[in-house]
Design a protein around this ligand. Structure first.
Ligand code: UDP
Length: 239
């Protein structure tokens, strides 16, 4: 029997900052980061072109700073820098697994990461390099989910694979409501009407308007990144 083929040739993987936490309350758990890198390498080895948008919530969120009295813009800039730190950690972990990577930051920080230049990002992907996008969109008032939607459109990814800590999109929060039911698929219009919270509305609208599907899946189940890339029926497909 021939080996099953991946469902996509180019994907955008959205990893929240929290995904790097492991059991730590704060910061980066390097064992967890290595485990995620190993899973990404499995997809890389299938020949799938991979871009990653990394979040920063494990280190700093703009909303936390704002609640503490910081100006919102200053607080969000700190959040942006948190994503750059995660990008460096993820790049290191991926390279230790033997993946060739490039880190592109939307905030210029030349000695650490390349600037985001779309054509250059495309070239990296074509050459089989994993592209890590950090610093969101480089501007406050956005989230890294919205950055994931925009970058996916820019690089013409076929899908966003959104790794989360739950199994998909539910009728309500499964962490607080045991009766919450998971959708196998849901249309963007229904997702938005119901005010579901797995990603923000700006990101969802952008994907909706441009027919870009998102697969929301649980990163805590080992092997799920590969399953999602193979197009297996896991999590929830928003389309
Ligand atoms: N952020 C921003 N602009 C962006 C993306 C992110 O200002 O385009 C800031 C924002 O303050 C946010 C923080 O960076 O709280 C970390 O990003 P996010 O909360 O999206 O990370 P995640 O939840 O994925 O870990």
């Amino acid at each position: 029997m021939p080996e099953p083929k991946p469902a996509y040739s180019r994907i955008l993987l959205k990893l929240s900052g929290e995904s790097l936490l492991g059991r730590e309350p704060h910061g980066i758990d390097f064992a967890t980061t290595t485990a995620i890198a190993k899973e990404i390498k499995e997809v890389y080895d299938l020949g799938v072109q991979i871009a990653i948008v990394i979040g920063g919530g494990n280190i700093f969120r703009g909303a936390v700073g704002t609640a503490a009295g910081l100006d919102r813009v200053s607080a969000e800039q700190m959040g942006l820098l948190a994503t750059v730190m995660n990008g460096i950690a993820l790049q290191d972990a991926l390279e230790k697994q033997g993946a060739v990577t490039r880190h592109l930051s939307a905030v210029e920080i030349k000695s650490l990461a390349e600037p985001v230049i779309r054509r250059r990002a495309l070239r990296h992907l074509e050459k089989g390099r994993v592209v890590i996008f950090s610093a969101g969109l480089g501007s406050p008032y956005f989230t890294t989910d919205t950055a994931a939607a925009l970058r996916a459109l820019e690089i013409k990814a076929e899908v966003i694979l959104k790794a989360t800590k739950v199994d998909g999109v539910y009728t309500s929060d499964p962490v607080t409501n045991a009766k919450a039911k998971r959708f196998r698929t849901i249309r963007y219009i229904d997702f938005l009407k119901r005010g579901l919270r797995v990603m923000d509305a700006t990101a969802a609208s952008l994907c909706k308007d441009n027919n870009l599907p998102i697969v929301v899946f649980n990163l805590r189940r080992r092997g799920n990144i590969k399953r999602a890339a193979m197009g297996e029926d896991i999590g929830t497909k928003v389309y």
